[in-house]
Structures are given as C-alpha cells and as structure tokens.
Design a binder for this molecule. Structure first.
Ligand code: AP5
Length: 222
C-alpha cells in the first residue's frame, strides 16, 4: 500500500488525537501530534520545552518557525515509506505554506485534510472531562471513558493520568479564540486546494472513525 499523508484539522478537543490513535494502526500510519511533541520536550526539560511552556499553558500558539522546524524534522525521521497524520499542525497560514514547500522539496504531497466539526459547548464539555496519560499519551474522559482505576492508565499501567494544565476553563476560552483567529482560515485554504473533507465530530467516536476511515481509503486514489 502506498504511503498516505494526511492532516487532521479542527478546534481544540474535537477529537483529532482520539481519531488519529484509532485509525493509525488500520492504515499503517504514524500520528505526528505537534502538541504531543511539544509536551514531550517539556517533560524532558529541553531548551525547546522550556521556551514553549508558558505559551502553551496560556492557550496561545508557539512560533511558526519553531513548530515548523520541529514537525518537518519529525517527517524526516519517519521517511517517505511510512504514511502520517499530522495532528494539530499546521495551525496558521504561514505554517501551511511552509509545510507545502517542505513537502514539495521532499517529493511528497497531501492526500487529504480532515476537518472535525464540533460546537463550542461540546468542546468545553469534552475538554473539561479529558484526562491524559503523560507516559504513553492515552486519552480518557471522566464523563464517558474513565480509566478503570482513577489516575492509573489502562494501557501502560502507570499512575500517570492527569488533567492537562491548558484544559482549565479559562485557558480553553483563549484556545478557542486563538483557533478562530489563526486556524479557521486554513479551512478555506485547503478547500481551495480540493483536498478538504469535513466530518461531523459530534457523534460517537466509533462513528467518526468510520467516516474518517472511508476518507482515508479513498485518499490518494483519485
Ligand atoms: P494540542 O495538543 O494540539 O491541542 P489542541 O489542538 O487544542 O487539541 P487537543 O489535544 O486539545 O484536542 P483533540 O482534538 O486532540 O481532542 P481529543 O482527541 O483529545 O496543542 C496544545 C498546545 O500546543 C497549543 O495550545 C499550542 O500552544 C501548542 N501547539 C500545538 N501545535 C501547534 C502549532 N501547530 N502551532 C503553534 N502552537 C502549537 O479529545 C478531547 C476529549 O474528547 C477526550 O476526552 C476524548 O476522549 C473525547 N472525545 C473525543 N472524541 C469523542 C467523541 N466522538 N465523542 C465523545 N467524546 C470524544
């Protein structure tokens, strides 16, 4: 199967990470999450991690230059044989343009951009209930998908399930405003390129997964 190269777009909490984790194995894809990469840098206390910590916790975006460099390096580490889902990147027009240039230079292209659609009320409900494992990245929700033992990850067994600092209600409001101002223009950008697929993310995760799977199956075969 030829490698497929995709982007998952959508507001904070719309399910980009959840869906990337669900479909990656099925389609031999690797999830490249910009948020996870930055959180890893913070966890290991790197220079990049120290530079981005306060920005992330306030709900703002880190610089285009920094995140583009980090994500293109991740793409290079993966190589051309393996497909990917970019989760959370790009998030601004300059990032999208740098990505397009970077892919061109590498003889690569985008097969599809999936935009997850969800209203603010549901976004806030999902984000406030979200818990994540800082060790393996597994995602839970206290309302409808709690870990079997509170605070302990079902997948890796470690007591590392926490609420992200940027999942507090006041920070979520800033993240939503940032998304509207800086990321929404990408929807039209990719629509003009004819590769945008909008998916209703308000239905149960299994249904969202089915719809995305159909898009991925067809992607790149036109
Ligand atoms: P990042 O980690 O990318 O955060 P985000 O885009 O705000 O996305 P989230 O991780 O919050 O949500 P998600 O869509 O993955 O939803 P999830 O699947 O977890 O970025 C964090 C920060 O890093 C940014 O604010 C910024 O500072 C920086 N950054 C990252 N990328 C950057 C970039 N490109 N440029 C500059 N700065 C950047 O789902 C949420 C919850 O809902 C979970 O509890 C889940 O279980 C639940 N759920 C999911 N699907 C369903 C469903 N269908 N039904 C019910 N519940 C569901």
């Amino acid at each position: 199967m030829a490698a497929k190269w995709l982007i998952f777009l959508g507001p904070p909490g719309s399910g980009k990470g959840t869906q990337a984790q669900r479909v990656c194995g099925k389609f031999e894809l690797t999830q490249l999450s910009s948020g996870d990469v930055l959180r890893h840098e913070r966890q290991i206390g790197s220079d990049i991690g120290n530079r981005v910590a306060a920005i992330m916790d306030s709900g703002q975006l880190v610089s285009d230059e920094l995140i583009t460099g980090v994500m293109l390096a991740a793409i290079d580490r993966l190589g051309r044989e393996r497909g990917f889902i970019l989760d959370g990147f790009p998030r601004t027009l300059p990032q999208a343009e740098s990505l397009a240039g970077g892919l061109r230079e590498r003889g690569m292209h985008l097969d599809a951009v999936v935009d997850l659609l969800l209203d603010d009320e549901e976004i806030i409900r999902r984000i406030e209930g979200r818990r994540v494992c800082v060790e393996c990245g597994a995602t839970y929700n206290v309302s409808f998908l709690p870990p079997k033992v509170e605070g302990v990850c079902d997948k890796c067994g470690r007591p590392s399930v926490i609420q992200r600092p940027d999942d507090r209600r006041d920070v979520v409001a800033t993240r939503l405003a940032t998304y509207r101002r800086q990321t929404v223009p990408l929807i039209e950008y990719y629509e003009r390129q004819g590769c945008l697929h909008v998916v209703d993310a308000s239905v149960p995760a299994a249904e969202v997964e089915e719809r995305i799977s159909r898009i991925i199956e067809r992607a790149g075969s036109a």
